[in-house]
Design a protein around this ligand. Sequence first.
Ligand SMILES: [Mn+2]
Length: 287
Amino acid sequence: MDFQSHLESEQGFMESCQDYEGSRIVLFGAPMDYTVSYRPGSRMAAGAIRRVSRVLEEHSLALGKDLREIRFFDGGDLALPLGNVDKSLQIIEEAWKSLLIDGKLPLMIGGDHLVTFPAVKSAAAFYPDLAVLQLDAHADLRPHYLGEENSHASVMYRIYKETGVKDIYQLGIRSATWEELSFARQNTRFFPFDILKPLEKIKAELTQRPLYVTLDIDVVDPAFAPGTGTPEPGGCSSREILEAVYNLSGLRVVGFDLVEVAPDYDSGQITSLLAAKIIREIILTHG
Ligand SMILES: [Mn+2]
């Protein structure tokens, strides 16, 4: 036995491959966490989620499918210039653009929630009829935070104002200012607290439409997902978020991201493990 045969061969997400051409799904990390309002650390999320993904089985009992039946590419993390928000957003936007031109279904692991803005910008340019579904504890509709429009608290506001997407569905929201609430009432489809009932309600109008799904892990209660930058009590359970993910089957998901996992605050890897399972089920559902 030579030295190399003793090495762990799989470094990416469980059962991922390195065949870009042959994969429709492309997973990658966007390690930007410099626009958070409270605890940083989500730039480490993709690595933590990849590592813990190997705890899971390839087989999903709920879906009756197996990850070994699907070829998907794990590209690792984007090389982002730390601290340079504008440049980072530009790189993320260009990465999405290339993936969409190549006919891929991008799955992006954040990063703070602002990474969704450049992703949706590219997706909306590619799919003019794009709708956005946001699962989140926070409305993220602030025009700015401490004077900065480059903030994870402003991501949905900027998507509404700057990408041309007008159909934004906000589910599970349990934290918003008066101003955000009145903006939401006028401009978005706003469903506070619940995720499953609203999803059932809106599913019919989303069928056939290209859909971007952004899942902020803080939509889940801190009891089930403590490892996040701005935890907000009173969220859904891990069972419910998985149920919501299963309910996305049949919809035309053209882009997906999972943001705001912050491994430094994640006791027992609870949050990363949940994130890994959500990603496995997304791959199995849409692969
Ligand atoms: Mn958010």
